[in-house]
Write a protein that binds this ligand. Sequence first.
Ligand code: MFK
Ligand code: FAD
Length: 502
Amino acid sequence: VGSFFQEQPVLKNPFLEDALLRGYLKRHLPQEAILSDLNAFGERVAKVIDTWGRQCELNPPRLVHFDPWGRRVDHIVTSEAWKRLKDLSAQEGLVAIGYDKSFGEWRRVYQMSKLYIFSPSSGLYTCPLAMTDGAAKVIQSGGVSPPVEEAYRRLTSRQPERFWTSGQWMTERQGGSDVGTGTETVAVPQADGSYRLHGFKWFTSATDADMTLTLARVQDTSGSTTPGSRGLSLFYAEVSRDEDGRLRGIEVQRLKDKLGTRQMPTAELLLDGLPAYRLSEEGRGVASIANMLTITRIHNSVSAAAAMRRVLQLARDYATRRTAFGKLLKDHPLHMQTLARMEVETRAAFLLVMDVCRLLGREESGLASELDLHLLRLLTPVVKLYTGKQAVAVVSEGLESFGGQGYIEDTGMPGILRDAQVLSIWEGTTNVLSLDVLRCVARSSGMVLHAYFAHVKSLLAGATGVSSLDPAVKAVGGALSELEQFVQIAASRSPSYLELAA
Ligand code: MFK
Ligand code: FAD
Protein backbone atom coordinates (compact mmCIF):
# COMPACT_ATOMS: atom_id res chain seq x y z
CA VAL A 1 0.00 0.00 0.00
CA GLY A 2 1.29 3.43 -0.89
CA SER A 3 3.92 4.28 -3.43
CA PHE A 4 6.55 5.99 -1.27
CA PHE A 5 9.66 4.16 -0.18
CA GLN A 6 12.40 6.02 1.61
CA GLU A 7 15.85 5.96 0.03
CA GLN A 8 18.28 4.40 2.48
CA PRO A 9 21.49 6.06 3.67
CA VAL A 10 24.47 4.96 1.63
CA LEU A 11 27.87 4.05 3.02
CA LYS A 12 30.49 5.74 0.86
CA ASN A 13 34.26 5.34 0.98
CA PRO A 14 34.94 6.25 4.64
CA PHE A 15 38.38 7.63 3.75
CA LEU A 16 37.17 9.94 1.00
CA GLU A 17 34.17 10.99 3.07
CA ASP A 18 36.29 12.02 6.04
CA ALA A 19 37.74 15.46 5.35
CA LEU A 20 39.23 15.68 8.84
CA LEU A 21 41.12 12.39 8.51
CA ARG A 22 42.41 13.32 5.07
CA GLY A 23 43.39 16.80 6.21
CA TYR A 24 45.20 15.40 9.26
CA LEU A 25 47.14 12.88 7.18
CA LYS A 26 48.00 15.37 4.46
CA ARG A 27 49.45 17.65 7.13
CA HIS A 28 51.40 14.99 9.05
CA LEU A 29 51.93 12.06 6.73
CA PRO A 30 51.84 13.24 3.14
CA GLN A 31 53.13 10.01 1.57
CA GLU A 32 51.23 9.26 -1.60
CA ALA A 33 51.58 5.48 -1.17
CA ILE A 34 49.94 5.60 2.26
CA LEU A 35 47.13 7.89 1.17
CA SER A 36 46.36 5.74 -1.85
CA ASP A 37 46.43 2.56 0.30
CA LEU A 38 43.89 4.16 2.66
CA ASN A 39 41.77 5.27 -0.26
CA ALA A 40 41.75 1.79 -1.82
CA PHE A 41 41.02 0.22 1.58
CA GLY A 42 38.17 2.68 2.14
CA GLU A 43 36.68 1.62 -1.18
CA ARG A 44 36.94 -2.04 -0.15
CA VAL A 45 35.33 -1.30 3.22
CA ALA A 46 32.33 0.39 1.63
CA LYS A 47 31.86 -2.10 -1.22
CA VAL A 48 32.71 -5.47 0.36
CA ILE A 49 33.90 -5.53 3.95
CA ASP A 50 30.86 -3.81 5.45
CA THR A 51 28.71 -6.73 4.27
CA TRP A 52 31.06 -9.21 5.98
CA GLY A 53 30.76 -7.24 9.22
CA ARG A 54 26.98 -7.40 8.92
CA GLN A 55 27.15 -11.15 8.28
CA CYS A 56 29.07 -11.60 11.54
CA GLU A 57 26.21 -9.87 13.36
CA LEU A 58 23.62 -12.07 11.65
CA ASN A 59 25.58 -15.32 12.23
CA PRO A 60 26.88 -15.04 15.78
CA PRO A 61 29.31 -17.66 17.06
CA ARG A 62 28.02 -20.73 18.83
CA LEU A 63 29.59 -23.32 21.05
CA VAL A 64 29.47 -27.02 20.25
CA HIS A 65 30.40 -28.90 23.39
CA PHE A 66 30.19 -32.48 22.14
CA ASP A 67 30.62 -34.36 18.89
CA PRO A 68 27.78 -36.63 17.73
CA TRP A 69 29.36 -39.54 19.65
CA GLY A 70 29.48 -37.74 22.93
CA ARG A 71 33.15 -36.75 22.95
CA ARG A 72 33.90 -33.33 24.43
CA VAL A 73 35.16 -31.07 21.62
CA ASP A 74 34.39 -27.49 22.73
CA HIS A 75 34.29 -26.07 19.23
CA ILE A 76 33.50 -22.39 18.89
CA VAL A 77 31.87 -22.21 15.49
CA THR A 78 32.30 -18.81 13.85
CA SER A 79 30.88 -17.45 10.61
CA GLU A 80 32.65 -17.59 7.25
CA ALA A 81 32.73 -13.80 7.28
CA TRP A 82 34.58 -13.79 10.64
CA LYS A 83 37.23 -16.10 9.16
CA ARG A 84 37.52 -13.94 6.05
CA LEU A 85 38.06 -10.91 8.27
CA LYS A 86 41.02 -12.64 9.89
CA ASP A 87 42.68 -13.22 6.50
CA LEU A 88 41.92 -9.69 5.41
CA SER A 89 43.42 -8.30 8.61
CA ALA A 90 46.69 -10.05 7.85
CA GLN A 91 46.76 -9.03 4.18
CA GLU A 92 46.00 -5.42 4.97
CA GLY A 93 48.66 -5.37 7.69
CA LEU A 94 46.24 -4.16 10.35
CA VAL A 95 48.64 -5.26 13.08
CA ALA A 96 51.83 -5.52 10.98
CA ILE A 97 51.92 -1.84 10.00
CA GLY A 98 52.32 -0.89 13.67
CA TYR A 99 55.58 -2.90 13.76
CA ASP A 100 56.91 -1.83 10.35
CA LYS A 101 59.93 0.33 11.01
CA SER A 102 59.90 1.66 7.45
CA PHE A 103 57.04 3.96 8.47
CA GLY A 104 59.21 5.48 11.20
CA GLU A 105 57.45 7.52 13.84
CA TRP A 106 54.22 7.54 11.79
CA ARG A 107 53.68 3.77 11.83
CA ARG A 108 50.95 4.01 14.48
CA VAL A 109 49.13 6.91 12.86
CA TYR A 110 49.05 4.95 9.59
CA GLN A 111 47.95 1.71 11.26
CA MET A 112 45.29 3.38 13.42
CA SER A 113 43.94 5.40 10.47
CA LYS A 114 43.38 2.12 8.69
CA LEU A 115 41.70 0.60 11.73
CA TYR A 116 39.57 3.74 12.09
CA ILE A 117 38.26 3.24 8.56
CA PHE A 118 37.77 -0.49 9.17
CA SER A 119 36.33 -0.59 12.67
CA PRO A 120 32.60 0.09 12.15
CA SER A 121 32.47 -2.44 9.28
CA SER A 122 34.74 -5.02 10.91
CA GLY A 123 32.14 -7.21 12.62
CA LEU A 124 34.21 -6.39 15.72
CA TYR A 125 37.27 -8.12 14.32
CA THR A 126 39.01 -5.05 15.73
CA CYS A 127 38.69 -6.72 19.15
CA PRO A 128 41.04 -9.65 18.43
CA LEU A 129 43.29 -7.27 16.50
CA ALA A 130 43.60 -5.00 19.53
CA MET A 131 44.62 -7.90 21.76
CA THR A 132 46.94 -9.29 19.09
CA ASP A 133 48.67 -5.94 18.83
CA GLY A 134 48.86 -5.73 22.63
CA ALA A 135 50.43 -9.20 22.85
CA ALA A 136 53.00 -8.35 20.17
CA LYS A 137 53.88 -5.21 22.10
CA VAL A 138 54.37 -7.13 25.36
CA ILE A 139 56.59 -9.69 23.63
CA GLN A 140 58.56 -6.96 21.86
CA SER A 141 59.04 -5.00 25.08
CA GLY A 142 60.43 -8.05 26.88
CA GLY A 143 62.81 -8.86 24.01
CA VAL A 144 61.70 -11.25 21.26
CA SER A 145 63.30 -14.57 22.20
CA PRO A 146 62.29 -18.25 22.35
CA PRO A 147 59.68 -19.55 23.13
CA VAL A 148 57.75 -16.50 21.90
CA GLU A 149 59.84 -15.59 18.86
CA GLU A 150 57.64 -17.56 16.48
CA ALA A 151 54.48 -16.20 18.11
CA TYR A 152 55.74 -12.63 17.62
CA ARG A 153 56.39 -13.30 13.92
CA ARG A 154 52.92 -14.72 13.50
CA LEU A 155 51.15 -11.93 15.37
CA THR A 156 52.81 -9.35 13.13
CA SER A 157 52.57 -11.37 9.89
CA ARG A 158 50.88 -10.20 6.69
CA GLN A 159 50.43 -13.78 5.49
CA PRO A 160 46.95 -15.10 6.29
CA GLU A 161 48.16 -18.70 6.64
CA ARG A 162 50.77 -17.63 9.23
CA PHE A 163 48.81 -14.91 11.02
CA TRP A 164 47.84 -15.56 14.65
CA THR A 165 45.52 -13.68 16.95
CA SER A 166 45.91 -13.45 20.70
CA GLY A 167 43.53 -13.37 23.63
CA GLN A 168 43.95 -11.37 26.85
CA TRP A 169 42.66 -13.42 29.76
CA MET A 170 42.70 -11.24 32.84
CA THR A 171 39.23 -11.09 34.32
CA GLU A 172 38.09 -13.69 36.84
CA ARG A 173 34.80 -13.98 38.69
CA GLN A 174 36.10 -12.07 41.69
CA GLY A 175 38.09 -9.40 39.93
CA GLY A 176 38.00 -7.62 36.61
CA SER A 177 39.14 -4.20 37.75
CA ASP A 178 40.93 -5.54 40.80
CA VAL A 179 42.83 -8.43 39.23
CA GLY A 180 45.42 -8.20 42.02
CA THR A 181 42.95 -9.40 44.62
CA GLY A 182 40.62 -11.36 42.37
CA THR A 183 42.94 -13.69 40.48
CA GLU A 184 42.72 -17.25 41.75
CA THR A 185 44.48 -19.00 38.85
CA VAL A 186 47.61 -20.80 39.92
CA ALA A 187 50.68 -21.71 37.88
CA VAL A 188 52.28 -25.00 38.84
CA PRO A 189 55.98 -25.20 37.89
CA GLN A 190 57.04 -28.17 35.75
CA ALA A 191 60.41 -29.90 35.65
CA ASP A 192 61.22 -28.43 32.20
CA GLY A 193 60.77 -24.84 33.40
CA SER A 194 57.27 -24.45 31.95
CA TYR A 195 54.05 -24.22 33.98
CA ARG A 196 50.55 -25.66 34.06
CA LEU A 197 47.74 -23.21 34.74
CA HIS A 198 44.68 -24.09 36.80
CA GLY A 199 41.86 -21.61 37.27
CA PHE A 200 38.77 -20.02 35.78
CA LYS A 201 38.76 -17.06 33.39
CA TRP A 202 35.39 -15.32 33.49
CA PHE A 203 35.56 -13.17 30.34
CA THR A 204 37.72 -14.18 27.36
CA SER A 205 36.88 -12.45 24.10
CA ALA A 206 37.56 -13.63 20.58
CA THR A 207 38.16 -17.01 22.17
CA ASP A 208 39.01 -18.58 18.82
CA ALA A 209 42.48 -17.01 19.23
CA ASP A 210 45.65 -19.00 18.60
CA MET A 211 47.39 -17.94 21.82
CA THR A 212 46.86 -15.79 24.86
CA LEU A 213 48.54 -13.75 27.54
CA THR A 214 47.18 -14.32 31.01
CA LEU A 215 47.87 -13.78 34.71
CA ALA A 216 48.39 -16.42 37.39
CA ARG A 217 50.08 -16.97 40.78
CA VAL A 218 53.12 -19.19 40.83
CA GLN A 219 52.82 -21.96 43.40
CA ASP A 220 55.87 -22.69 45.52
CA THR A 221 56.97 -26.20 46.49
CA SER A 222 54.59 -26.22 49.44
CA GLY A 223 51.70 -25.31 47.16
CA SER A 224 51.32 -21.76 48.52
CA THR A 225 51.03 -18.57 46.51
CA THR A 226 51.60 -14.87 47.22
CA PRO A 227 48.37 -12.88 47.53
CA GLY A 228 47.70 -9.49 45.94
CA SER A 229 49.08 -8.07 42.77
CA ARG A 230 52.69 -8.73 43.86
CA GLY A 231 51.87 -12.44 43.54
CA LEU A 232 50.82 -12.22 39.89
CA SER A 233 53.02 -13.21 36.97
CA LEU A 234 52.38 -12.95 33.24
CA PHE A 235 52.07 -16.12 31.15
CA TYR A 236 52.05 -17.00 27.47
CA ALA A 237 49.97 -19.98 26.37
CA GLU A 238 49.07 -21.48 23.01
CA VAL A 239 45.55 -22.67 22.33
CA SER A 240 45.96 -26.08 20.75
CA ARG A 241 44.25 -29.45 20.46
CA ASP A 242 45.48 -32.95 21.27
CA GLU A 243 45.35 -35.95 18.97
CA ASP A 244 41.73 -36.62 20.04
CA GLY A 245 40.75 -33.11 19.00
CA ARG A 246 40.30 -31.88 22.59
CA LEU A 247 41.56 -28.49 23.68
CA ARG A 248 44.79 -28.92 25.65
CA GLY A 249 44.21 -27.88 29.22
CA ILE A 250 41.08 -25.81 28.50
CA GLU A 251 37.35 -26.41 28.78
CA VAL A 252 34.99 -23.86 27.32
CA GLN A 253 32.32 -23.55 30.00
CA ARG A 254 29.89 -21.44 27.94
CA LEU A 255 29.63 -18.40 25.68
CA LYS A 256 28.34 -15.18 27.23
CA ASP A 257 24.92 -13.92 26.18
CA LYS A 258 25.79 -10.25 25.66
CA LEU A 259 24.02 -6.93 25.06
CA GLY A 260 26.28 -6.26 22.07
CA THR A 261 29.59 -7.47 20.56
CA ARG A 262 27.55 -10.50 19.54
CA GLN A 263 29.61 -10.96 16.40
CA MET A 264 32.47 -12.42 18.40
CA PRO A 265 32.63 -15.13 21.03
CA THR A 266 33.26 -14.21 24.65
CA ALA A 267 33.70 -17.36 26.69
CA GLU A 268 34.13 -18.55 30.24
CA LEU A 269 37.13 -20.86 30.36
CA LEU A 270 38.18 -23.50 32.81
CA LEU A 271 41.97 -23.80 32.73
CA ASP A 272 42.71 -27.34 33.68
CA GLY A 273 46.46 -27.77 33.33
CA LEU A 274 46.98 -25.39 30.41
CA PRO A 275 50.67 -25.54 29.39
CA ALA A 276 52.21 -22.07 29.68
CA TYR A 277 55.48 -20.13 29.77
CA ARG A 278 56.20 -17.36 32.21
CA LEU A 279 56.94 -14.11 30.38
CA SER A 280 57.48 -11.74 33.28
CA GLU A 281 59.59 -11.95 36.38
CA GLU A 282 57.66 -13.54 39.21
CA GLY A 283 55.31 -10.98 40.77
CA ARG A 284 55.65 -8.49 37.87
CA GLY A 285 52.54 -9.67 36.00
CA VAL A 286 50.47 -6.49 36.29
CA ALA A 287 53.33 -4.16 35.40
CA SER A 288 54.20 -6.39 32.41
CA ILE A 289 50.67 -6.61 31.05
CA ALA A 290 50.38 -2.82 31.35
CA ASN A 291 52.01 -2.58 27.89
CA MET A 292 49.14 -4.60 26.48
CA LEU A 293 46.63 -2.38 28.28
CA THR A 294 48.18 0.73 26.74
CA ILE A 295 47.77 -0.70 23.23
CA THR A 296 44.27 -2.11 23.69
CA ARG A 297 43.08 1.12 25.32
CA ILE A 298 44.31 3.08 22.33
CA HIS A 299 42.54 0.64 19.97
CA ASN A 300 39.41 1.08 22.05
CA SER A 301 39.64 4.85 21.58
CA VAL A 302 40.12 4.45 17.83
CA SER A 303 36.98 2.29 17.68
CA ALA A 304 35.04 4.84 19.73
CA ALA A 305 35.98 7.74 17.44
CA ALA A 306 35.26 5.55 14.41
CA ALA A 307 31.76 4.64 15.66
CA MET A 308 30.97 8.34 16.08
CA ARG A 309 32.30 9.13 12.62
CA ARG A 310 30.34 6.30 10.99
CA VAL A 311 26.99 7.21 12.49
CA LEU A 312 27.57 10.82 11.56
CA GLN A 313 28.51 9.99 7.96
CA LEU A 314 25.31 8.00 7.58
CA ALA A 315 23.23 10.69 9.29
CA ARG A 316 24.62 13.36 6.97
CA ASP A 317 23.84 11.24 3.94
CA TYR A 318 20.34 10.54 5.22
CA ALA A 319 19.75 14.26 5.72
CA THR A 320 20.13 14.67 1.95
CA ARG A 321 17.52 11.96 1.23
CA ARG A 322 14.79 12.33 3.86
CA THR A 323 12.15 15.02 3.59
CA ALA A 324 10.00 16.32 6.47
CA PHE A 325 7.68 19.31 6.55
CA GLY A 326 8.29 19.99 2.86
CA LYS A 327 12.07 20.10 2.85
CA LEU A 328 15.07 17.84 3.18
CA LEU A 329 16.40 17.31 6.70
CA LYS A 330 19.59 19.09 5.66
CA ASP A 331 17.56 22.27 5.17
CA HIS A 332 16.18 22.22 8.71
CA PRO A 333 18.54 24.43 10.77
CA LEU A 334 17.69 22.64 14.01
CA HIS A 335 18.53 19.23 12.56
CA MET A 336 21.78 20.59 11.18
CA GLN A 337 22.63 22.05 14.58
CA THR A 338 22.26 18.55 16.06
CA LEU A 339 24.58 17.10 13.41
CA ALA A 340 27.02 19.97 13.91
CA ARG A 341 27.21 19.22 17.64
CA MET A 342 27.93 15.57 16.84
CA GLU A 343 30.59 16.72 14.38
CA VAL A 344 32.35 18.79 17.03
CA GLU A 345 32.36 15.86 19.47
CA THR A 346 33.65 13.52 16.77
CA ARG A 347 36.41 15.89 15.68
CA ALA A 348 37.58 16.39 19.25
CA ALA A 349 37.68 12.63 19.79
CA PHE A 350 39.53 12.01 16.53
CA LEU A 351 42.19 14.65 17.18
CA LEU A 352 42.85 13.45 20.71
CA VAL A 353 43.05 9.83 19.56
CA MET A 354 45.42 10.65 16.72
CA ASP A 355 47.64 12.68 19.01
CA VAL A 356 48.00 9.67 21.29
CA CYS A 357 48.76 7.42 18.27
CA ARG A 358 51.39 9.93 17.17
CA LEU A 359 52.99 9.82 20.64
CA LEU A 360 52.96 6.01 20.63
CA GLY A 361 54.72 5.98 17.24
CA ARG A 362 57.32 8.41 18.56
CA GLU A 363 57.91 6.26 21.62
CA GLU A 364 58.30 3.10 19.56
CA SER A 365 60.68 4.66 17.07
CA GLY A 366 62.89 6.00 19.86
CA LEU A 367 62.14 9.63 19.05
CA ALA A 368 60.00 10.50 22.06
CA SER A 369 61.14 13.28 24.34
CA GLU A 370 60.55 13.03 28.08
CA LEU A 371 57.54 15.29 27.59
CA ASP A 372 56.13 12.91 24.93
CA LEU A 373 56.49 9.93 27.28
CA HIS A 374 54.71 11.72 30.13
CA LEU A 375 51.95 12.78 27.76
CA LEU A 376 51.49 9.27 26.40
CA ARG A 377 51.18 7.84 29.91
CA LEU A 378 48.67 10.53 30.96
CA LEU A 379 46.59 10.69 27.80
CA THR A 380 46.14 6.92 27.28
CA PRO A 381 43.63 6.44 30.12
CA VAL A 382 42.17 9.90 29.47
CA VAL A 383 41.44 9.23 25.79
CA LYS A 384 40.02 5.78 26.55
CA LEU A 385 37.66 6.95 29.27
CA TYR A 386 36.63 10.11 27.46
CA THR A 387 35.93 8.59 24.03
CA GLY A 388 34.28 5.49 25.50
CA LYS A 389 31.63 7.59 27.21
CA GLN A 390 31.37 10.04 24.33
CA ALA A 391 30.76 7.27 21.77
CA VAL A 392 27.61 6.10 23.56
CA ALA A 393 26.20 9.64 23.67
CA VAL A 394 27.07 10.53 20.07
CA VAL A 395 25.95 7.21 18.60
CA SER A 396 22.69 7.46 20.54
CA GLU A 397 22.10 10.95 19.17
CA GLY A 398 23.00 9.61 15.74
CA LEU A 399 20.30 6.93 15.94
CA GLU A 400 17.71 9.59 16.73
CA SER A 401 18.65 11.47 13.57
CA PHE A 402 17.14 8.59 11.55
CA GLY A 403 13.89 8.86 13.49
CA GLY A 404 12.14 5.50 14.02
CA GLN A 405 14.38 3.79 11.46
CA GLY A 406 17.35 4.30 13.75
CA TYR A 407 15.69 1.86 16.15
CA ILE A 408 15.13 -0.85 13.56
CA GLU A 409 17.42 -3.81 13.82
CA ASP A 410 18.15 -4.57 10.19
CA THR A 411 19.19 -1.01 9.39
CA GLY A 412 22.35 -1.94 11.36
CA MET A 413 22.03 1.15 13.58
CA PRO A 414 21.04 -0.60 16.84
CA GLY A 415 24.16 -2.79 16.56
CA ILE A 416 26.38 0.30 16.50
CA LEU A 417 24.80 1.54 19.75
CA ARG A 418 24.99 -1.87 21.43
CA ASP A 419 28.66 -2.20 20.51
CA ALA A 420 29.46 1.34 21.68
CA GLN A 421 28.17 0.52 25.16
CA VAL A 422 31.03 -1.88 25.87
CA LEU A 423 33.73 0.68 25.08
CA SER A 424 33.52 2.24 28.53
CA ILE A 425 33.46 -1.12 30.33
CA TRP A 426 36.16 -3.42 28.98
CA GLU A 427 39.83 -2.52 29.12
CA GLY A 428 39.14 -0.63 32.36
CA THR A 429 35.92 1.11 33.37
CA THR A 430 35.71 4.90 33.48
CA ASN A 431 36.27 5.16 37.22
CA VAL A 432 39.13 2.67 37.20
CA LEU A 433 40.82 4.66 34.44
CA SER A 434 40.25 7.89 36.36
CA LEU A 435 42.17 6.29 39.20
CA ASP A 436 44.86 5.27 36.72
CA VAL A 437 45.22 8.96 35.81
CA LEU A 438 45.73 9.78 39.49
CA ARG A 439 48.17 6.89 39.79
CA CYS A 440 50.36 8.24 37.00
CA VAL A 441 50.14 11.81 38.39
CA ALA A 442 51.28 10.50 41.76
CA ARG A 443 54.02 8.18 40.47
CA SER A 444 55.49 10.90 38.25
CA SER A 445 55.32 13.45 41.11
CA GLY A 446 53.07 15.58 38.95
CA MET A 447 55.41 15.59 35.92
CA VAL A 448 52.69 14.25 33.63
CA LEU A 449 50.56 17.29 34.45
CA HIS A 450 53.38 19.72 33.77
CA ALA A 451 53.96 17.97 30.44
CA TYR A 452 50.28 18.38 29.66
CA PHE A 453 50.29 22.10 30.49
CA ALA A 454 53.37 22.65 28.36
CA HIS A 455 51.82 20.70 25.48
CA VAL A 456 48.54 22.63 25.46
CA LYS A 457 50.41 25.94 25.71
CA SER A 458 52.56 25.04 22.72
CA LEU A 459 49.44 24.00 20.78
CA LEU A 460 47.80 27.34 21.58
CA ALA A 461 50.92 29.28 20.65
CA GLY A 462 51.36 27.35 17.40
CA ALA A 463 47.72 27.49 16.28
CA THR A 464 47.65 28.92 12.80
CA GLY A 465 44.70 30.77 11.40
CA VAL A 466 43.34 31.72 14.85
CA SER A 467 44.13 34.89 16.71
CA SER A 468 45.28 34.75 20.32
CA LEU A 469 42.39 37.18 20.91
CA ASP A 470 39.86 34.63 19.65
CA PRO A 471 37.36 34.06 22.52
CA ALA A 472 37.76 30.27 22.28
CA VAL A 473 41.58 30.49 22.47
CA LYS A 474 41.31 32.91 25.40
CA ALA A 475 38.84 30.62 27.18
CA VAL A 476 41.15 27.58 26.83
CA GLY A 477 44.14 29.65 27.96
CA GLY A 478 42.18 30.93 30.99
CA ALA A 479 40.96 27.47 31.98
CA LEU A 480 44.48 26.11 31.64
CA SER A 481 46.07 28.71 33.93
CA GLU A 482 43.31 28.19 36.50
CA LEU A 483 43.99 24.45 36.45
CA GLU A 484 47.73 25.01 36.66
CA GLN A 485 47.29 27.32 39.67
CA PHE A 486 45.01 24.80 41.33
CA VAL A 487 47.59 22.04 40.91
CA GLN A 488 50.34 24.29 42.29
CA ILE A 489 48.30 25.25 45.37
CA ALA A 490 47.19 21.67 45.98
CA ALA A 491 50.75 20.41 45.61
CA SER A 492 52.12 23.03 48.02
CA ARG A 493 49.55 22.01 50.67
CA SER A 494 50.10 18.32 50.24
CA PRO A 495 53.43 16.71 51.17
CA SER A 496 53.32 14.38 48.18
CA TYR A 497 51.45 13.88 44.96
CA LEU A 498 50.49 10.47 46.30
CA GLU A 499 48.38 12.13 48.97
CA LEU A 500 47.08 14.62 46.44
CA ALA A 501 45.93 11.73 44.25
CA ALA A 502 44.21 10.07 47.19
C1 MFK B 1 37.80 -2.46 19.75
C2 MFK B 1 38.85 -2.42 20.79
C3 MFK B 1 38.76 -3.61 21.60
C4 MFK B 1 39.71 -3.71 22.69
C5 MFK B 1 39.82 -5.17 23.14
C6 MFK B 1 38.81 -5.48 24.12
C7 MFK B 1 38.74 -6.92 24.56
C8 MFK B 1 38.38 -7.00 25.99
C9 MFK B 1 39.59 -7.26 26.80
C10 MFK B 1 39.50 -6.86 28.25
O1 MFK B 1 38.66 -6.23 28.80
S1 MFK B 1 40.89 -7.43 28.98
C11 MFK B 1 40.75 -6.95 30.65
C12 MFK B 1 41.11 -5.55 30.86
N1 MFK B 1 41.27 -5.33 32.27
C13 MFK B 1 41.61 -4.16 32.72
O2 MFK B 1 41.77 -3.20 32.00
C14 MFK B 1 41.87 -4.11 34.21
C15 MFK B 1 41.39 -2.81 34.78
N2 MFK B 1 42.09 -2.59 36.06
C16 MFK B 1 43.19 -1.81 36.09
O3 MFK B 1 43.65 -1.27 35.09
C17 MFK B 1 43.81 -1.64 37.44
O4 MFK B 1 44.19 -0.32 37.57
C18 MFK B 1 45.02 -2.55 37.64
C19 MFK B 1 44.65 -4.02 37.38
C20 MFK B 1 46.19 -2.22 36.73
C21 MFK B 1 45.39 -2.36 39.10
O5 MFK B 1 46.26 -3.36 39.55
P1 MFK B 1 47.18 -3.10 40.81
O6 MFK B 1 48.00 -4.33 40.99
O7 MFK B 1 46.39 -2.62 41.96
O8 MFK B 1 48.11 -1.95 40.25
P2 MFK B 1 49.28 -1.15 40.90
O9 MFK B 1 49.83 -1.83 42.13
O10 MFK B 1 48.89 0.27 41.04
O11 MFK B 1 50.37 -1.24 39.75
C22 MFK B 1 51.14 -2.40 39.52
C23 MFK B 1 52.22 -2.01 38.52
O12 MFK B 1 51.63 -1.85 37.23
C24 MFK B 1 52.87 -0.66 38.83
O13 MFK B 1 54.21 -0.74 38.36
P3 MFK B 1 55.46 -0.73 39.39
O14 MFK B 1 55.26 -1.95 40.23
O15 MFK B 1 56.66 -0.79 38.50
O16 MFK B 1 55.32 0.54 40.18
C25 MFK B 1 52.10 0.30 37.97
O17 MFK B 1 52.82 1.47 37.68
C26 MFK B 1 51.89 -0.55 36.73
N3 MFK B 1 50.71 -0.08 36.01
C27 MFK B 1 49.42 -0.24 36.36
N4 MFK B 1 48.64 0.30 35.43
C28 MFK B 1 49.45 0.82 34.48
C29 MFK B 1 50.78 0.56 34.85
N5 MFK B 1 51.81 0.94 34.10
C30 MFK B 1 51.55 1.60 32.95
N6 MFK B 1 50.30 1.87 32.53
C31 MFK B 1 49.24 1.49 33.25
N7 MFK B 1 48.03 1.77 32.83
P1 FAD C 1 34.05 -4.58 38.74
O1 FAD C 1 35.50 -4.47 38.90
O2 FAD C 1 33.31 -5.42 39.70
O3 FAD C 1 33.42 -3.12 38.69
C1 FAD C 1 32.06 -2.85 39.02
C2 FAD C 1 31.91 -1.33 39.14
O4 FAD C 1 32.72 -0.88 40.21
C3 FAD C 1 32.35 -0.55 37.90
O5 FAD C 1 31.46 0.49 37.66
C4 FAD C 1 33.70 0.01 38.28
O6 FAD C 1 33.98 1.25 37.63
C5 FAD C 1 33.52 0.21 39.76
N1 FAD C 1 34.79 0.16 40.48
C6 FAD C 1 35.62 -0.88 40.66
N2 FAD C 1 36.68 -0.51 41.37
C7 FAD C 1 36.54 0.78 41.66
C8 FAD C 1 37.29 1.75 42.39
N3 FAD C 1 38.47 1.42 42.94
N4 FAD C 1 36.81 3.00 42.51
C9 FAD C 1 35.64 3.35 41.92
N5 FAD C 1 34.89 2.49 41.22
C10 FAD C 1 35.32 1.24 41.10
N6 FAD C 1 38.21 -9.37 30.36
C11 FAD C 1 39.31 -10.06 30.00
O7 FAD C 1 40.21 -10.24 30.79
N7 FAD C 1 39.44 -10.54 28.73
C12 FAD C 1 38.49 -10.35 27.80
O8 FAD C 1 38.68 -10.77 26.67
C13 FAD C 1 37.31 -9.65 28.16
N8 FAD C 1 36.30 -9.48 27.28
C14 FAD C 1 35.17 -8.83 27.66
C15 FAD C 1 34.12 -8.73 26.76
C16 FAD C 1 32.95 -8.10 27.14
C17 FAD C 1 31.83 -8.01 26.16
C18 FAD C 1 32.84 -7.54 28.43
C19 FAD C 1 31.58 -6.84 28.84
C20 FAD C 1 33.87 -7.65 29.31
C21 FAD C 1 35.04 -8.31 28.95
N9 FAD C 1 36.09 -8.47 29.85
C22 FAD C 1 37.22 -9.16 29.47
C23 FAD C 1 35.95 -8.08 31.22
C24 FAD C 1 36.17 -6.60 31.48
O9 FAD C 1 37.48 -6.21 31.27
C25 FAD C 1 35.73 -6.35 32.91
O10 FAD C 1 34.34 -6.64 32.99
C26 FAD C 1 36.00 -4.94 33.37
O11 FAD C 1 37.38 -4.74 33.46
C27 FAD C 1 35.33 -4.62 34.70
O12 FAD C 1 35.60 -5.60 35.65
P2 FAD C 1 34.40 -6.28 36.50
O13 FAD C 1 33.42 -6.81 35.52
O14 FAD C 1 34.98 -7.25 37.46
O15 FAD C 1 33.73 -5.08 37.25
